[in-house]
Ligand binder design. Sequence first.
Ligand code: 5GP
Length: 195
Amino acid sequence: MSYLKERILKDGVIFPNNVLKIDSFLNQQIDPKVMREIVQEIYAYYKDEKITKVLTIEASGIAPAIMVAAQFDVPMLFAKKAKAATLQKDQVYETKVYSYTKGTTSNVVVSKQYLNPQDRVLIIDDFLANGEAALGLIDLVDQAGAQVVGLGICVEKSFQKGRKRLDEAGVKVYSMARIAEINSDRQEIIFAQGH
Ligand code: 5GP
């Protein structure tokens, strides 16, 4: 079993609505050993894809994304959740992302100058649940006329609809840990096979 999965079983805390808290090693305090494993696996999977940029969304995608970008030796770009009042619409690609963990919709933007049609983009995020963040990031890359090579996800909750939506959209996904089921009564996490 991977070190990430071991830490999920040992330190993951189950919250209502199938939300998993992993603040002790990924979302607040960060375990470099988890980061090293993420880099190794995702780099091995995408190394021949001529990645030119790694894209994520603030805030919790930033740590794994910068580590992966360093390995590919390419820039890391993060989409920002922008306030409508400060938005310079002509200078950004913009999309909307609904967060079911927060129950809010954010305007998510990247500066046009940082994404261009030649880019081959690897998208990284900490969690894949319903796929809203991933599909929003894909939309930003599409607006730039760039290409999404694939996604690298730390923790996929496979029982939610994100993976299916991405598979149906023909987007390549590599997930480090796929969770088939979270049983809150028994405080149990069951992994799915594969990536
Ligand atoms: P999605 O957009 O796929 O529905 O959800 C992915 C985003 O929501 C991630 O960027 C992540 O920050 C957050 N998220 C979704 N599910 C969880 C969860 O179980 N735990 C944590 N900590 N974040 C989650």
